[in-house]
Design a protein around this ligand. Structure first.
Ligand code: UGA
Length: 436
């Protein structure tokens, strides 16, 4: 099948490369000339485990190409996938649909023959109808259908998630369009659930999934706070509740709050849709507020633990919004560092992948290290903010030798309290009794 994908970001590029690996002929379109030049020159433009190998392989086989021009790829495409950003409006926090509408109005002019236009961008309910209207207005003779095709790829695991989807949601009432999308994902037939729903249900499934997961994280963070006071251990509690299949054991890790380009944006957008439709979405609003409060809670935890240290210097381990990605958008780690700067705390940070992106947010207000031990050198305390596996394997005695102090504040519960105690580290984590 011939596929055109508009947008080469964290959704578009892994999807395009994944579809090429399934055997389709894919053209990725992006208006950013630098990105397209780099991709054409064989340089991958984002970090995603396992993606580069697939990129090189499919490019060499001629199954994927890159262009800035819609007129080259759109007329031949059997399926067009829209995967452009829907960033939150800085004032209202509503999803900004400008990129989508600009893209569809441009592609409308190049449509030729029956084409299915599948939207993977996360959009408010009813956007599919609006896209349909705008294309028909621009090109009244165009023969097309609009399908909502939400994506559930996690950053850092996009390749794994692409090839092992829990479900493929196909949102359309048109059978011909639905069958074409099913054909696109034919290799998954029999292995993955295909769910055919209306376009509006599909658009809602995307938001309701992300909001549910955000609420789940907020919930486990609250239970971790409760454990800290009650003397229970959040690890045991999460395991105990997660064994109930109705609850499930995923997304029960407490942390400094959810971040990234999806949960914060999508919960806000869902809350706005609730207002628009006159429906109270109290749970979602509580999670939004709880997640914002979490930054201060975490900062207080750090500053309290350092209250007796004069002019503290902290080693910050992790800047990305989660492990496995270089993405710092809405990263709780960045927000906490910014709060700590208000407390005039000096910091040296290390992140295996995200330093360059973090510099866009923090500039030279902190210093950056080449490895964790470089960051720990002469630090009064270390704060773990991102769940990188590398930090799980920290050499504790080496850390202690080079640090000035002996405190580790682990906001991702990566280290073992007993091992820390044995190594002479004053260890603080989330929801676990000291020295358990
Ligand atoms: C999320 C969803 O998981 C994907 O299914 C979805 O496709 C994507 O949004 C999207 O809408 O595009 P992602 O933002 O990549 O994926 O990140 P997650 O792995 O879901 O993590 C989100 C945040 O929650 C991170 O800050 C992470 O550290 C935090 N988290 C996650 C926790 O604090 N605890 C957990 O147990 C799990």
């Amino acid at each position: 099948m011939k596929v055109a994908i508009i947008g080469t970001g964290y959704v578009g590029l892994p999807t395009g490369i994944g579809l090429a690996e399934l055997g389709h002929h894919v053209t990725c379109i992006d208006q950013n000339e630098t990105v397209i030049e780099r991709l054409n020159a064989g340089n991958i433009t984002l970090f995603e485990e396992g993606l580069e190998e697939l990129f090189v392989k499919n490019k060499d086989k001629g199954r994927i190409s890159f262009t800035t021009s819609m007129s080259t790829a759109i007329p031949d495409a059997d399926v067009i996938i829209i995967a452009v950003g829907t960033p939150p409006d800085p004032l209202t926090q509503e999803a900004d649909l400008n990129y989508i509408y600009t893209a569809v109005e441009e592609l409308a002019q190049h449509l030729s023959g029956y084409t299915v236009i599948a939207n993977k961008s996360t959009v408010p309910v009813g956007t599919g109808d609006e896209i349909e209207k705008r294309i028909s207005l621009k090109n009244p003779s165009a023969d097309f259908d609009i399908v909502s095709l939400p994506e559930f790829l996690r950053e850092g695991f996009a390749v794994h998630d692409f090839f092992n989807p829990d479900r493929i949601i196909i949102g359309t009432n048109n059978d011909k369009a639905a069958q074409r999308i099913k054909e696109l994902y034919a290799p998954f037939d029999g292995k993955t659930e295909f769910l055919f729903v209306s376009r509006r249900s599909s658009e809602t499934i995307k938001y309701a999934s992300n909001a549910f997961l955000a609420i789940k994280i907020h919930y486990i963070n609250e239970i971790a706070n409760f454990c800290e006071k009650s003397g229970a251990d959040i690890l045991e509690v999460a395991q105990g509740i997660g064994l109930d299949k109705r609850i499930g054991d995923k997304f029960l890790n407490p942390g400094p709050g959810y971040g990234g380009s999806c949960f914060p944006k999508d919960t806000h957008a869902m809350a706005h849709m609730g207002e628009k439709f006159g429906v109270s979405l109290n749970l979602i609003n509580t999670a939004i507020k709880g997640n914002a409060d979490r930054i201060k809670q975490m900062t207080d935890k750090i500053t309290t633990s350092l209250s007796e240290v004069e002019n503290p210097h902290i080693a910050v381990l992790g800047l990305a919004f989660k492990g496995g990605t270089d993405d710092c958008r809405a990263s709780p780690a960045i927000a906490i560092v910014q709060e700590l700067l208000n407390h005039k705390i000096e910091m040296t940070a290390y992140d295996p992948e995200a330093t360059e992106n973090a510099k866009q947010h923090l500039g030279s207000k902190i210093t950056y290290a080449q490895d964790p031990y470089d960051a720990l050198n002469q630090a009064d305390a270390a704060v773990i903010l991102t769940e990188w596996n590398e930090f799980r394997d920290l050499d504790l005695s080496r850390a202690l030798q080079i640090m000035r102090g002996n405190k580790i504040i682990d906001l991702r519960n990566l280290l073992c309290p007993q091992k820390c105690a044995k190594a002479g580290i004053d260890y603080t984590c989330l929801g676990r009794p000291k020295n358990n």
